[in-house]
Every structure is written in C-alpha cells, then in structure tokens.
Design a protein around this ligand. Structure first.
Ligand code: AP5
Length: 219
C-alpha cells in the first residue's frame, strides 16, 4: 500500500506516520528526516541544496524528486510506503505518480490532517525529537531523554517562531493545492479535523484505524 500524509507543519504527520507504518508493516519515508540527515553532513553532495530548510523554505522539486526516486529503489520499500512530507507540491505529486506508475503501483490512500494554527504553534514550539530513532515527543510529556535509545532529546533548528511562520506560508501557497489534486484522483481520501487540543496522538490513531476499517482497507 502507498500512503501520502498531508497536513501543515506540526499536524502530526511524523507522529502518526511512525505508528501507522509499523501497524501496516510498510516503510515510513520522511523527506524532512532525510534532509535533516544531509544537513548534519557537510560532505554530502546535496548539502548546499538543502540549506533552505533552515529558513523554512522548500527544497527544489528537482532535488526532492531525485532523492525520493533513488530512495524507493531500496528493498525495504517493496512492501509499500507511507510518505511523510512528500509530495509537497503539485509537481512532486505528478513525479510520484510517474515513479510509482513505472513500478506498476499508485497512491492508494491520502490522509489529510487539518489542525488549527494555534494548536500547531503550541505543538511545534514544544516539540522535542530523538536524534537517534527520530521519535517525536512534546515537552509536556516530561521526557529529557528518549525512553528507547536513552539519548538526550533535542529541539529542531526550524522549530522557532520566525521559521515556523515561513513554513506555514510555504504550506499554504505550495502544498495546500495538493488537497484538490488528490480529491480528484483515484486514491481514497480521508480528512481528519483535529481542532480539539485535547485529542491525544492515541485518539487520532484510533480515529485513523476506525476510518480504515470502515472503508474496508484493513480488517
Ligand atoms: P518536515 O520534517 O516534513 O516538517 P513539516 O512538514 O514542517 O512537518 P513537521 O515535521 O514539523 O510536523 P509533523 O506534521 O510531522 O508533526 P509531528 O508529528 O512532529 O520538513 C522539514 C523541512 O524539510 C521543510 O520545511 C522543507 O524545508 C524540507 N522538506 C521536507 N520535505 C520536502 C519536500 N517534499 N519538498 C521540499 N522541501 C521539503 O507533531 C508535532 C508535535 O505535536 C510533536 O511534539 C508531537 O508530539 C505533537 N503532537 C502530534 N500529534 C499530537 C496530538 N494529537 N496531540 C498532542 N500533541 C501532538
């Protein structure tokens, strides 16, 4: 199964993506994680191309599409992929259709997270991540280190108010048009509204599983 997660920064794509991919036994491909890894390696050939991430701007379609196409050749992606943060523009969505088409596959399911701006900001400013396993936490959970890897949690460089505003702008201008793109495609489209700040990641996960069962995608 090939799944695309859509939603603004902080809407829970990473949190839900990690759990859902495990549940469905498919791989989790986060372009944000790939670019942060490149940013940590000045010798990487794409290091100059991904510097824009620090300003909250999108990496060029050409670079992103190349990275994803090369990445998809890995055997771990053969069972299916949950795409987190890709595609982010209509040009990327068209490229993904082309890449999957060559493999005789297609995007089967799109899950679109709709979360209020106020909740997004609160989540992003309080987010902490494990630099080793990439698991996502929030300061309100009270962890100083990853409970699995036992390394200190860190804050992402782009989780500051100025960069977050730029990321919101990029999302509205370039990524939101994908909602119409996928609503007009053959893929099953599930829209989840998470305006309730009290809805926990577990609540959202149960809602997703419920929707998948209702539509006969899983038993
Ligand atoms: P990326 O890493 O994809 O960042 P993003 O899209 O901005 O999304 P985030 O990772 O910030 O949020 P999320 O939706 O995953 O939320 P999360 O689950 O962490 O991309 C980073 C950058 O890379 C981009 O800005 C761009 O420059 C570049 N890039 C990446 N892909 C690209 C592409 N395809 N094209 C061009 N450029 C690209 O949750 C956030 C917080 O909320 C966490 O603390 C979490 O614990 C908490 N939380 C989640 N759900 C809940 C809940 N239900 N209740 C309470 N708290 C919750």
């Amino acid at each position: 199964m090939y799944i695309v997660l859509l939603g603004p920064p902080g809407s829970g794509k990473g949190t839900q993506g990690q759990i859902l991919a495990k549940f469905l036994n498919i791989s989790h491909l986060s372009t944000g994680d790939l670019f942060r890894e490149i940013l940590g390696n000045p010798n990487h050939p794409l290091y100059p191309e991904v510097q824009v991430v620090k300003e909250g701007k999108l990496v060029s379609n050409e670079v992103v599409n190349r990275v994803v196409e090369n990445g998809l050749e890995k055997p771990e992606h053969a069972r299916g992929v949950l795409f987190d943060g890709f595609p982010r523009t209509v040009a990327q969505a068209e490229a993904l259709d082309r890449i999957l088409g060559k493999m005789g596959k297609k995007v089967d399911l799109v899950i679109d997270f709709d979360v209020s701006r106020e909740v997004l900001l609160h989540r992003l400013l309080g987010r902490r991540i494990c630099p080793s396993c990439k698991k996502v936490f929030h300061i309100k959970q009270g962890y100083a280190e990853c409970p699995d890897c036992h390394v200190a949690l860190i804050q992402r460089d782009d989780d500051n108010e100025e960069t977050i505003m730029e990321r919101f702008k990029e999302y509205k201008e370039k990524t939101a048009p994908l909602q119409a793109y996928y609503r007009n495609s053959d893929a099953t489209y599930i829209s989840l509204t998470v305006t309730d700040a009290e809805k926990t990641p577990q609540d959202v996960q149960e809602e997703i599983i419920g929707e998948l069962k209702k539509r006969g995608i899983i038993k």
